[in-house]
Design a protein around this ligand. Sequence first.
Ligand SMILES: [Zn+2]
Length: 259
Amino acid sequence: MIIDFHTHLCLKGSPATRESVSPILTQAKRHGIEKLVVLGDVVRYGVTPNRDEIRAINDDTLTLMGWFPGVVIGFCHLNPLHDKAFLKEETERCITCNGMRGIKLEIAVNGSDRRVNPVLELAEALNVPLLQHAWDTTIIGNRRHQTDPADVAVMARRFPRVNIVMAHLTACGLRGVQTIRDFPNIYTDTSGSQPFSGIVEYAVGKLGVDRILYGSDIPIRDFPSQLGRVLGANIEPGQKEQILQHNAERLLGLSDNRV
Ligand SMILES: [Zn+2]
């Protein structure tokens, strides 16, 4: 069984429909991907979604969880610029009451900004992983909010008991791997970019295989190219299994039969 730790399923700017999502799940099954972490349509409303927009993105994910139980694992998307009361209310709604298993942050605020701390406090209190969009540059378009590996390291140092997933291993690059190496609470997902040879092997060597999670970023990328990065890597078959399945199971708490 493969678990895809980084998917959006729907990035159309409109609510997901069974018709738009089912073909993707059929493809996933054909590749042996039986569970997908769905992070939501996080760019639907731009960089800083308001409360209603955050609720709408998370409602969409909850709908997908309802349509495809046991397959779709939802993460709660948040904008750290919202007040603590709303952040708590939304995580209670999505995680405590409706079974989402993590928190997703995009580019509303750089991850090292102290305004992100309340979100990390919630992740710690709820004991769920936080997946932070990351890239090897803090500039995206004309904005400087994008989180880079050094920013993820700042988050991890402030909150050593929160498991943080630095998204996009290849985009974070060799420097990114070196930056997070000494932070055992930072994981990385393999999603996005082209499957350059050598990067997975490098990450396994520096981080250990336990901290690497397979992800695709579908529908931005396709399954074959993203799986190829792991399946074609020059590592042991058992290590590939850990990246494709077991590390995600452990981080998501799937062995406790909640999904
Ligand atoms: Zn993504």
